[in-house]
Design a protein around this ligand. Structure first.
Ligand code: C2O
Ligand code: CU
Length: 428
């Protein structure tokens, strides 16, 4: 199931320094080991997606939605050539959740120019953090991502799981049609199916590529939340019938032992994936897990060099004589939100207050934040790249300024971002 283009050979464009320099040998596995270069090409072009309910005129990478699964191994040097063959639509690639160097982040107008039709751009980064990520265009993203310009990115650990135990699920909605794609295959808008050997372990990497949160349920087997937003989570085990709130853009890796009976994954009230049918067990109806109760292997920062507050709200602003909805941070909308400025090495506490009536999946690029508290209840430092702040909620998160550059931070309800809820995070 691990499809995608497999380069493997050294890319001709790479300099010898990049392959042999001290940074290369420091980052990739055993001392002196040369990193593998993995080379991919993604071509943005129109495609027709066939669903049971009819066809969708999509925008795609390589003619498929989701785009090719980019599957690499920890320590690999990843090189992706983006070519644009979409008539009249510029594109970029942003590596959602993978904290690349700023220049590779794929944000038009900030880290690169958008790639015009007929043009190309090359991204290079080293894959150091194993986990489940995704990629999507960041140009006109509130239109481009729902239309299909996204795909999945997996960084395998040095010793990967056997393919038969490792599966990818992408949840997406075309217009009003929710779909599910298994292992990068074409999406289905009915029930997707997977056959797994009873008694074996299974890992389901679930990616929410939508602009709205989804409540997941897994019924038929007790399960473990092995990872959130790419990072391992210890202790979230033996969840039986519990449901999970997955933010727009967020990922959960769920593991379980395949039982002799069927397993059902629901997305909202929709049966989405049936493992080992033919009949489905009753949908999970347990409580929704508060994921912020779970932490990470290391404690979050406890002292802060800087305090920042983001008050999220919306307002009607006049534009061209007409009232226009603006989603705001501290009372202002893009491009008038002042950029928070951090210094390399600082730890920053960000307090996020939602005074509006919409849920805001906040996504700071280039950094995972550690969750310190939610609504006054201390959390244990879970690392997330997209955290969903519901109306009335207050989240405190810690950001360690360890990735210098100019970054976007925005709401991943991409319509909200287009309505102004996006701003820069700058390093001085
Ligand atoms: Cu999925 Cu600006 O990102
Ligand atoms: Cu929002």
């Amino acid at each position: 199931p691990h499809s995608g283009h497999d380069g493997g050979a050294a890319a001709p464009g790479l300099s010898v320094d990049l392959l042999r320099g001290p940074a290369a040998s420091a980052a990739g596995g055993p001392a002196g080991a040369r990193p593998r270069v993995r080379r991919f090409t993604l071509t943005a072009r129109p495609a027709v997606v066939r669903l049971a309910s009819g066809t969708v005129d999509a925008w795609s990478f390589d003619g498929q939605v989701p785009g090719p699964v980019l599957r690499v191994r920890q320590g690999d040097l990843v090189e992706v050539v983006l070519r644009n063959r979409l008539p009249g639509q510029a594109v970029t690639v942003h590596w959602h959740g993978y904290d690349v160097p700023s220049g590779e982040d794929g944000v038009p107008g900030v880290t690169q120019d958008a790639v015009a039709p007929g043009q190309a751009h090359v991204y290079r980064f080293r894959a150091e953090d194993a986990g489940t990520y995704w990629y999507h265009s960041h140009q006109d993203s509130s239109v481009a991502v729902p239309r299909g310009l996204f795909g999945l990115l997996v960084v395998d650990p040095a010793v990967p799981l056997p393919e038969s135990e490792d599966h990818l699920l992408a949840l997406h909605t075309f217009g009003t049609r929710p779909t599910l794609s298994v292992d990068g295959a074409a999406p289905v808008d009915g029930l997707a199916r997977l056959a797994l050997p009873p008694g074996a372990r299974a890992r389901l990497r679930v990616v929410n590529t939508d602009t709205r949160p989804v409540v997941l349920g897994l019924a038929g087997a007790p399960y473990t939340i092995a990872a959130v937003d790419g990072g391992d989570v210890p202790g979230a085990t033996d969840l039986d019938g519990a449901r999970l709130h997955l933010a727009a853009g967020g990922r959960y890796d769920l593991t379980f032992t395949v039982p002799s009976g069927p397993v059902l994954l629901t997305a909202g009230d929709r049966p989405a994936l049936l493992v080992n049918g033919p009949s489905a067990p009753p949908a999970a109806a347990g409580p929704i897990v508060d994921i912020t109760r779970y932490g990470a292997a290391t404690a979050p920062p406890a002292r802060f060099d800087q305090e920042i507050t983001w008050v999220l709200d919306k307002t009607l602003a006049m534009a061209g004589g007409l009232p226009k909805l603006a989603q705001t941070v501290n009372g202002k909308a893009w491009p008038n939100i002042p950029a928070p400025v951090v210094r390399l090495g600082q730890t920053v506490r960000i307090t996020v207050v939602n005074r509006g009536t919409d849920t805001h999946p906040m996504h700071p690029h280039g950094h995972h934040v550690r969750i310190l508290s939610r609504n006054g209840v201390p959390a244990t430092g879970l690392a997330m790249d997209t955290f969903d702040v519901a109306p009335g909620e207050v989240w405190e998160v810690a950001l360690t300024a360890d990735n210098p550059g100019m970054w976007m931070s925005h709401c991943h309800d991409l319509a909200h971002a287009a309505q102004g809820m996006e701003f820069h995070l700058a390093y001085e």
